[in-house]
Design a protein around this ligand. Structure first.
Ligand code: NAI
Ligand code: ENO
Length: 368
């Protein structure tokens, strides 16, 4: 496609969309605006965008496609300001926000002026923020939910999908209400629980100083999403309040049930509680990307001698296997440490396992 794409909110998601669009449509020009000028400058320096734009108006009035990728409260305000600008006749406006009902409602002001808005949500990402974390293939194999209103012409939806083809995502159309319920269950609610687990550990750590050290391993992994942007999650909770209040009530009832099983020392039902959860989880699709990002982790038991980490990273570098993160877990003093290496893809992790197996006799396990 040829034309000008304008990204408003040039962070992790805006930057990743910009890169995927530039990859696929070599002749288009991607313009970027961010309220934080540093992000726009950085985006240009990193080659994420072609042009920096200093006001929304100046970018919007030149654009064929506008994608808003700011926190969802800001998105609603930006939609309102776009409705007062002289946009091109063929423009399409979309967004990348994690909630849809309120965003689509805010966009009704555009409908009144005949400007098409198609709500969008690429359902992949991470706890990282900012344009420097952007990646062209962040959304590969992820679901990309679209929430067009009935008045939107099918050809416009197809045109948006063509613009976004470089994401390699899978498009699904749902209603804004359905969207907010689905994402409430599998993404928004788990973020509340992750943050609450961290709060609980923090409270306990006031009387038990060993907690932070012991929490360094699995606890840190299962609460990774609690490191996400607080502004983004505040906005998401404000938008999806009703769904989340219902889910919190369901959760409270569920916890009461577990409490009574425990009080009654009901071994049979406690077993079933874990057994049934394991069964459902084990049957979830493994190769598909869900809303919460999976890193492909490899755990390597390494002996405690100087240089062991650079030895392993050296073997991986020799075979050009890229890693996204590396850390050492020291939960067991004076015994082997566990080196945790994270990869972007399952293939990279499998190649790394094979490489380390050939080069060393260290035990390895994979994180699931
Ligand atoms: N982080 C994730 O994994 C995912 C996030 N989303 C959604 O995408 C949107 C962006 O999230 P991220 O890129 O992760 O956040 P981010 O924090 O990396 O980027 C957001 C950017 O928006 C800018 N911004 C804030 N207000 C603005 C305004 N009024 N005008 C212009 N720019 C403004 C910020 O300065 C920041 O650079 C949010 O709506 C979020 O709910 C969707 C899918 C995944
Ligand atoms: O893996 C993670 O950190 C996420 O939870 C990513 C994420 C965050 C917000 C979304 O609307 C969709 C995906």
């Amino acid at each position: 496609m040829k034309g000008r794409v304008f990204i408003i909110g040039l962070g992790l998601i805006g930057g990743s969309l910009a890169l995927s669009i530039k990859n696929k449509h070599r002749d288009c020009i991607v313009m970027g605006y961010d309220i934080n000028e540093e992000q726009t400058k950085l985006g240009k320096m990193l080659g994420v965008i072609d042009e920096t734009i200093s006001t929304i108006k100046s970018g919007a009035e030149k654009a064929d496609l506008i994608i808003i990728s700011a926190p969802v409260n800001e998105t609603c305000k930006i939609l309102f300001s776009l409705s007062n600008m002289n946009l091109k006749e063929n423009v399409i406006i979309s967004d990348a926000g994690s909630t849809k009902k309120e965003v689509v409602e805010a966009a009704s002001i555009l409908k009144d002026k005949g400007i098409p808005f198609i709500g969008g949500h690429p359902m992949a990402g991470s706890h990282k923020s900012g344009v420097s974390a952007a990646k062209p293939l962040l959304f590969e194999n992820a679901f990309y939910l679209l929430t067009p209103q009935p008045h939107i012409d099918v050809s416009l939806i197809e045109s948006l999908k063509t613009w976004l083809a470089g994401t390699n995502a899978r498009f699904l159309t749902v209603s804004p209400e359905e969207h907010d319920y689905l994402t409430g269950v599998i993404s928004h609610f788990p973020h509340i629980i992750a943050a609450s687990l961290v709060h609980q550990a923090e409270k306990s750590s006031q009387s038990q100083q060993l907690i932070p050290r012991l929490a360094a391993g699995g606890f840190r992994d299962i609460t990774r999403i609690a490191s996400s942007s607080p502004q983004m999650w505040r906005d998401i909770l404000m938008h999806n309040k009703d769904v989340l209040l219902t889910l919190l009530e369901d959760w409270r009832i569920e916890m009461e049930r577990v409490k009574s099983l425990l009080q009654a020392a009901n071994e049979k039902d406690i077993f079933s509680y874990f057994h049934d959860a394991k069964q459902f989880r084990d049957e979830l699709p493994q190769k598909q990307k869900g809303a919460i990002h999976a890193f492909y982790d490899l755990f390597v038991d390494v002996p405690d001698y100087p240089g062991v980490i650079s030895e392993i990273t050296g073997y991986l570098a020799d075979e050009q296997i890229s890693i996204t993160n590396i850390s050492i877990r020291e939960t067991r003093e004076e015994i082997n440490g566990v080196l945790v290496i994270s990869f972007q893809t399952e293939e990279d992790r499998d190649r790394a396992m094979d490489c380390i197996k050939r080069q060393t006799n260290f035990d390895q396990t994979i994180g699931m």
